[in-house]
Design a protein around this ligand. Sequence first.
Ligand SMILES: N[C@@H](CCC[C@H](N)C(=O)O)C(=O)O
Length: 365
Amino acid sequence: MSMAGIISNAVVSPSRTSLPSFQLHRQFFPNQVNTLLRSSVFRISPSSIRISASSIINLEAVAPQEDLKTAFLDQKETGFLHFVKYHGLGNDFILVDNRDSLEPKVTPEQAVKLCDRNFGVGADGVIFAMPGINGTDYTMRIFNSDGSEPEMCGNGVRCFARFIVELENLRGKQSFTVYTGVGVIVPEIQDDGKVKVDMGEPVLKALDVPTTLPVTKDHAVVKAGLEVDGVTWNVTCVSMGNPHCVTFSSKELQKLVVDDINLPKIGPKFEHHKVFPARINTEFVEVFSRGHLKMRVWERGAGATLACGTGACAVVVAAVLEGHADRICNVDLPGGPLEIEWREHDNHVYMTGPAEVVFYGCVPL
Ligand SMILES: N[C@@H](CCC[C@H](N)C(=O)O)C(=O)O
């Protein structure tokens, strides 16, 4: 449920809390309570908003939710960052309306602070909705939670598409062109609210992934041995604009059981391995059938996340190349499933999945 949704049903109660707080914006409320709430600090729980003021105020009279959202997103107060937090299967992002400039409103250092789950808002990355370039409708840029800038983000682009729909007040089925670090990406909002994205062609040439691992066929690294932490993993390397190393097995284990993988221990060793000059995202995959896979991911610049869209695309490409799966698969991630198709006739990968608002927020910058 969005914060606006929570607010419209909420009873405000007094509370003293030292937990992370957000400044409540007066435009959420009718005039008579503006003054009282303007400087109040609150935190949200599933059923209530707690305010550090001493009065109890009934908020039933707030304006309709759509107006609240529009009013909130229109705020341009200096010194504050207005954002909407979204998630795609638990891969969460702070979305910033940056349509008036090609300069991100947040620096990489500020992004690190905002993404901090204890001292900040908490997210896997910060995404900027910017004006389009090269004839596109919009530009998307993203900072990982460590402040690095990846070329592309699959779950992020679905969240981006839903954010644009909200910013522009669009209705029904929509699609637009988005300029990213990998070129033009085309997300399409479907009737059921899910977002289908043409993720373009996978890049298999080792030098372009990039990896210095020896190629196994056609300049690509498919089921090659890579030693990490004393284990020889069989890996296939795929770039979906950003680099991925996918493994289904090791020399010792014919099939991985992904829940048994110690991700925080092994993930960083893949990420910083010398054969990956731009670092790497790593996917550990279990095959249930030719159309059903399960993966866990260690992301470059973000660590273990609940989902990775580009990762799921890379997994299906690798599964087809290694002969484990057909071209249309459901991929289970810790945060839920994605539908992935590597289409034969155009060589493009298509990803379909959800993107949801978590809450609306405002922080001093
Ligand atoms: N979670 C994303 C990928 C984000 C970028 C990645 N951490 C990288 O550095 O390449 C996705 O859904 O694709």
